[in-house]
Design a protein around this ligand. Sequence first.
Ligand code: SAH
Length: 252
Amino acid sequence: MNAQVDRPIGCVALLFAMEEEGRPIAERLSLGEAEQLHEQLPARIRRGRLGSLEIIHCVNGVDPIHGVDRIGTESATLTAWLLAETCRPDLLVNAGTCGGFESRGGSIGRTYLASGDLLFHDHKVPIPGFREQGEGRIATLDTGKLANTLGIRTGVVSSGASLTARPDELEFFDREAVIAKDMEATAIGVVARDLGLPFLALKAVTDLVDHPEPSHEAFLRNLASTTARLTDHLEALLRFIEEGRSIQDLAG
Ligand code: SAH
């Protein structure tokens, strides 16, 4: 699946962990009815167009046992692989919410494009080789110019399995100057790298990791307003791409 980096992007796949993160852009773009991505998984896709650009919108879906969205790295990996193999997009975008960091300029509602390396903060294996593999360090596209054009910021995104953070993870965030903590981006980045599929992560802050208020309280309070901001930025990104942009135009 080696994308033609200098040809206009024809098809973008958007991958969301939560229904509430994905619904506003689907409604704004009047995408089609949801269909199952695979008969045995809750992941759902909706198809549509923005001008000449084909849009495939995917959410992980609701867990049949627990009745909540299938967030986290495992579902992210599975859905990303299936989505990429089934729909063969030219570009994969993971859009969603994240924890931000007040100490590095973060604030509720601010959106970031992932830059530098995508990291995992909770895969600890102190054996050479496995340590580095555990930390991910998946190179992103050089998104600086694109972010400037869209008027958003860039920064290092780190993924893990928990909404909460342990003290050793807080040290990791400071050491690596992480600006967005989420539960999916790096897992999806691994799949995209393996498949040679260009990938962007767009993350908007619902809560502040280095703030005394527990993340889950801020998350629930800010989810709707932050998702509205995320949707505006995602629409701006898609409109920019629709003007005949190639992968090369997005990177560097
Ligand atoms: N407790 C929520 C469930 C989701 S929170 C609820 O009741 O609805 C976690 C989701 O939001 C994940 O998909 C993750 O990517 C993102 N997220 C937002 N803030 C986060 C944070 N501080 N740490 C990790 N993930 C975060």
